[in-house]
Design a protein around this ligand. Structure first.
Ligand code: GSH
Length: 217
C-alpha cells in the first residue's frame, strides 16, 4: 500500500521517549529541523514501554516512537531512532541532509552510518555487557567505540561538520555520544574533534533536544 507522507499545518508530531541516547538523537533532530512537537515521557523503569497501549505503537516495546496526527487522527507511527531521524531530516524548514540525488547526500549517509554502526553500536554492546557483569568485553567494546569516534577526526580536518559544510544527522549522532563520553575522549590528541564538539554543543537546538526528556521528569 502506498501512503503519502502528510505535511501541513494540521499535522502534529508527538515523540514518545525517555532520557536515553536513542531518544535524545530524535529530539535533537526535531529541534534542529525547526519542527514543533510534543515530547511524551515513557517511564522505562516503571515498565510503561510494555503496556498494551505502547506495544500497539511499537511491538518491540521500546522508545523512541514518533506519532503523527492529521487533524487529531493518528495517521503514522514510526519507531527506530535512525528511521525517525531520516524522516525528520527532510520534513522541517531546516534540512538535516544535503539534497536528494547529490553526492553530498551520499557522503552524509556514509558518515551517519559510520557513527551509528561503528561508534554507537559497540557502545551499546558494552553497555549491555556491563549490565551482565562481563566487564572485560564491556571495556573492549567501549574502547572500540572511542577509537571509532577518534578516527572521525580526519573528517573534520578540512570541514566544519562531519559530512562537509552543513550540519547533518551524522553530527547529531556523534555529539549525543560525545556528550556522554566527554571525560573519556583524549581531546588533546583530537584538535579538530574538539573544535567541532565546542561548536556543536553551542547550538541551542542541540542542547534543547538533549534535555527534552529531562525537562519532563
Ligand atoms: N534500535 C532501536 C533501539 C531502541 C531501544 O533500545 N530503546 C531503549 C531505550 S534507548 C528502550 O526502549 N529500552 C526499554 C526496554 O528495552 O525495555 C532504536 O534505535 O530506536
Amino acid at each position: 500500500m502506498h501512503m503519502e507522507i502528510e505535511t501541513g499545518l494540521d499535522v502534529t508530531l508527538e515523540l514518545l521517549g525517555a532520557r536515553t541516547g536513542n531518544c535524545q538523537r530524535a529530539a535533537i533532530a526535531l529541534e534542529e529541523a525547526g519542527l514543533e512537537y510534543t515530547p511524551v515521557l515513557v517511564d522505562l523503569r516503571g515498565g510503561q514501554q510494555r503496556l498494551a497501549s505502547h506495544l500497539r505503537l511499537n511491538p518491540a516495546g521500546k522508545v523512541p516512537v514518533l506519532v503523527e496526527r492529521t487533524g487529531g487522527r493518528e495517521t503514522f507511527v514510526l519507531s527506530q531512532s535512525n528511521a525517525i531521524m531520516l524522516h525528520i531530516a527532510d520534513l522541517g524548514p531546516n534540512k538535516l541532509l544535503p539534497p536528494e540525488n547529490s553526492r553530498e547526500r551520499l557522503i552524509a549517509y556514509e558518515r551517519f552510518m559510520y557513527v551509528v554502526t561503528d561508534v554507537i553500536a559497540p557502545s551499546h554492546a558494552g553497555f549491555f555487557m556491563t549490565g551482565s557483569l562481563q566487564h572485560v568485553q564491556a571495556s573492549m567494546h567501549h574502547r572500540r567505540s572511542l577509537e571509532a569516534l577518534a578516527l572521525s577526526e580526519r573528517f573534520l580536518v578540512d570541514s566544519q561538520f562531519l559530512a562537509g559544510e552543513t550540519f547533518t544527522l551524522a553530527d547529531i549522532c556523534a555529539v549525543s555520544f560525545a556528550m556522554y563520553e566527554a571525560q573519556s575522549i583524549d581531546w588533546e590528541r583530537l584538535p579538530n574533534l574538539r573544535r567541532w564538539f565546542q561548536e556543536v554543543t553551542a547550538r541551542p537546538a542541540v542542547m534543547r533536544g538533549f534535555r527534552t526528556f529531562e525537562r519532563l521528569r
